[in-house]
Design a protein. Structure first.
Length: 130
């Protein structure tokens, strides 16, 4: 193994970059990719990290072209949506069901697609163990 690639997502919880020091202490080389920001910024950083700047520029250009193509064709009216998700616990086999609020990260991704979330409220978040 040449290295372990860790993401730095800028969060205080569930951020793989916290493993860096421990891995380096036992002799494992680590690389860190900052995954905050736009997809274009992340691709640019990845290109710099791996010495693939030209490839990253091509990927960014392709992303921008496809995004523009999709965005130009989104002439549909705004629709309301209630997005329900389920997660199965890998060890206990329990199922957790939940609805996304307008503040969730996934909702923020969906909003540009002409979708208005039905749960705009805040303060109704429940942390699940595990």
């Amino acid at each position: 193994m040449d290295y372990v690639l860790l993401e730095d997502n800028g969060r205080s919880e569930l951020n793989p970059v916290v493993l860096k020091t421990g891995l380096q202490e036992i002799g494992i080389k680590t690389l860190v990719l900052d995954v905050t920001g736009s997809p274009q910024e992340i691709l640019q950083r990845a290109g710099e990290l791996f010495g693939e700047q030209a490839r990253a520029r091509r990927a960014i250009k392709l992303f921008d072209e496809k995004y523009r193509l999709i965005n130009d064709r989104l002439c549909t009216p705004i629709r309301k949506a209630l997005i329900l998700l389920s997660v199965r616990h890998p060890f206990t086999d329990e199922l957790y069901h939940f609805a996304l609020s307008a503040q969730s990260e996934l909702s923020q991704f969906i909003v540009p697609l002409n979708v208005k979330m039905c749960l705009p409220m805040t303060g109704h978040q429940v942390q699940c163990k595990g």
